[in-house]
Write a protein that binds this ligand. Structure first.
Ligand code: ATP
Ligand code: MN
Length: 462
C-alpha cells in the first residue's frame, strides 16, 4: 500500500478505509488503555492523530521507544474521532519506526521556542508549525508570481548572478574572485585584475534589471525571479545579504502603466494566498498578527493611494508628528515617515512617485522639471517599501549625461546605452523583494525568519 500525505488523508471521509502514512511525532500521550500520537509530515499545518489501543497490543514495545521527533510509518483505518480537536483519526494496526529522537537531546520538545532560538537550529525549525507554514507560503507565492506573469504574456528571463558591471550599489556588492587574498597580484600600485578568473573585477548581482531591460526591449514583457546579493552592513529586521527579487520589465509602458501593474500584481498574489493557503493564513492570523487577514483583505479591496514625493514631504511637514528625522525635501524617506504615510495618513498602501534625482539611480527617467525622476515606490503599512521601480530613461543623451554627472563611465555601460541608440522605447519596471513580501503577508517581524537560511552581516551558519 502506498503512503498518503496527511493533507490528502484529512480530505478523505472517515469511512474506515485502510491507510498508510508517514510523519514525525509531535506529541505522545499515553494512559493505561490507550496511546495517542500526533504526527506531522509538513504537507499541512494540521497534525494527524493516531490511536493505539494498548492492552495486550503487540505494538506496546514499539510505542515505548517513540518520543517527540521520531519518524514513523503508520498503517491503520481512517475512522471518525471520538475526541474533540479533530474529526478523524487513524486506528493503528501497524507502526514502523524509521528513526528515534532521544528525548533528552531533541531540541524541539512541545514547548514554545523563541524565534531567536529557532534561528540557531535552522535545520530543524521547518518542523515547527510556524516555519512549516512559512515554507508552504513561500512555495505557493512563488507559483502565484509565475502564474500572474505567465498569464499576461511575460517571458521569464534568467539574468546572470555574476556580473561585471558594478552599477547601482557599488559599495554594496560582494566581490567574486579567485585571486589569492593573502598574495594579491599588483600592478602599478593597484590590484591586477587581468590575473583574476574573468580578467576583470567581478561581483554578485544586486539586481537583474539592466540585463532584464535588454530582453524587455526585444520581447516586450519579461520578468526575472532570482537571488540577489547586497553587502548591507546594517542589522535591520528588513534587510538580508542574500534575498530573492522579482523584477518585471515592460516595453512601451510608462510610469502609470508600471503603477497599475504593481497594484494589480500585489492584489492578485494576495488573493491567491488567501484562497490557496487558507489554513496557513488562519494560523498566522491567530498566532502572529490578529489583524493580518483583515489587513490583506482591505488591500485587495481598496485602490492604492498615489502621491508624489513632494506631496508626501508636505504631508509629513504638516502632520504635527515629532519625527526623529524631520522630513526635508531632498532627503530619502525614513522608515518612520513611511509608516506615518501608510498607517496614519492613508491606512493603506501608497505609491510615491517623482523622487528627487539625487536619491535615485542613474537610469530613472528625468522629469521636465529636471529635479525629479519618474521613480515609484510602493509602501505598505507596517513594513514600508515593498516595491521600488521607475520608468527608465529612454533618451540616449540624457542617460549618458546622468552617468557622467554621477561619475560613472559610459563605456562600462555601452550595451545598456545601445538600447537607447537602436529602437529605443519608453519602458518601465520594478523590483519586489520576495522576503519583504513574505514578511508582510505572514506578519513575521524579522526577515530572517521568512527565508530558510538567512545570510546577514556576521551570520553564515548552515
Ligand atoms: P531599502 O530602501 O528598503 O533598503 P532599496 O531602495 O535599497 O530598499 P531597491 O534597490 O529598490 O531597494 O530594491 C527593490 C526591492 O528589493 C525593495 O523594494 C525591497 O523589497 C527589496 N530589498 C532591497 N534590499 C533588500 C535587502 N537587503 N533584503 C531584502 N529585500 C531587499
Ligand atoms: Mn528602493
Amino acid at each position: 500500500m502506498s503512503a498518503l500525505l496527511i493533507k490528502d488523508i484529512l480530505a478523505l471521509p472517515p469511512d474506515g478505509r485502510e491507510i498508510c502514512t508517514n510523519g514525525w511525532v509531535r506529541t505522545k500521550r499515553e494512559s493505561k488503555s490507550v496511546c495517542f500520537l500526533e504526527i506531522s509530515d509538513g504537507s499541512t499545518i494540521h497534525n494527524l492523530q493516531i490511536v493505539i489501543d494498548l492492552p495486550n497490543n503487540p505494538l506496546s514495545n514499539v510505542i515505548s521507544t517513540i518520543s517527540t521527533g521520531a519518524s514513523i510509518r503508520v498503517k491503520g483505518n481512517l475512522v471518525p474521532s471520538q475526541g474533540s480537536g479533530q474529526s478523524k483519526e487513524i486506528a493503528a494496526k501497524d507502526i514502523f519506526i524509521y528513526g528515534t529522537a532521544p528525548a533528552d537531546e531533541y531540541p524541539l520538545q512541545k514547548k514554545r521556542h523563541s524565534f531567536e532560538f529557532l534561528r540557531e537550529i535552522a535545520h530543524l525549525r521547518p518542523r515547527t508549525n510556524t516555519f512549516g507554514a512559512i515554507a508552504r507560503v513561500r512555495s505557493s507565492m512563488s507559483f502565484a508570481i509565475h502564474t500572474f506573469f505567465q498569464e499576461r504574456g511575460f517571458v521569464y528571463v534568467h539574468t546572470p548572478i555574476i556580473t561585471g558591471s558594478d552599477c547601482e550599489g557599488a559599495g554594496q556588492m560582494f566581490q567574486v574572485t579567485t585571486l589569492p587574498l593573502e598574495n594579491v597580484p599588483m600592478k602599478e600600485g593597484t590590484v591586477d585584475y587581468t590575473e583574476d578568473f574573468f580578467g576583470k573585477k567581478a561581483s554578485l548581482t544586486v539586481s537583474g534589471q539592466l540585463e532584464g531591460e535588454t530582453y524587455a526591449l526585444a520581447l516586450t514583457r519579461i520578468y526575472t525571479f532570482g537571488p540577489t546579493f547586497r553587502a548591507e552592513n546594517s542589522n535591520t529586521s528588513r534587510h538580508l545579504a542574500e534575498f530573492w527579487m522579482v523584477e518585471p520589465e515592460v516595453a512601451f509602458c510608462d510610469i502609470i502603466g508600471n503603477m497599475n501593474l504593481a497594484e494589480e500584481f500585489i492584489k492578485y498574489i494576495l488573493t491567491w494566498l488567501l484562497d490557496k493557503c487558507a489554513d496557513d493564513m488562519n494560523f498566522f492570523n491567530s498566532r502572529i498578527d490578529n489583524n493580518l487577514i483583515f489587513t490583506l483583505e482591505n488591500i485587495i479591496k481598496n485602490r492604492f493611494e498615489r502621491i508624489t514625493y513632494t506631496e508626501a514631504i508636505s504631508l509629513l511637514e504638516k502632520s504635527g508628528e515629532n519625527f526623529e528625522f524631520p522630513p526635508k525635501w531632498g532627503n530619502d524617506l525614513q522608515s518612520e515617515h513611511e509608516r506615518y504615510i501608510t498607517e496614519k495618513a492613508f491606512k493603506k498602501p501608497v505609491i510615491i512617485t517623482d523622487y528627487p534625482k539625487e536619491i535615485k539611480a542613474f537610469y530613472m527617467k528625468l522629469n521636465d522639471d529636471e529635479k525629479t525622476v519618474r521613480a515609484m515606490d510602493v509602501l505598505v503599512p507596517r513594513l514600508g517599501e515593498i516595491i521600488g521601480g521607475s520608468e527608465r530613461e529612454a533618451d540616449y543623451d540624457k542617460l549618458k549625461n546622468r552617468m557622467l554627472e554621477l561619475g560613472l563611465n559610459p563605456d562600462d555601460y555601452w550595451w545598456y546605452l545601445d538600447l537607447r541608440r537602436f529602437g529605443t522605447v519608453p519602458h518601465s519596471g520594478f523590483g519586489l523583494g520576495f522576503e519583504r513580501l513574505i514578511q508582510f503577508v505572514t506578519g513575521m517581524q524579522n526577515i530572517r525568519d521568512v527565508i530558510p537560511y538567512p545570510r546577514c552581516v556576521k551570520t553564515l551558519e548552515f
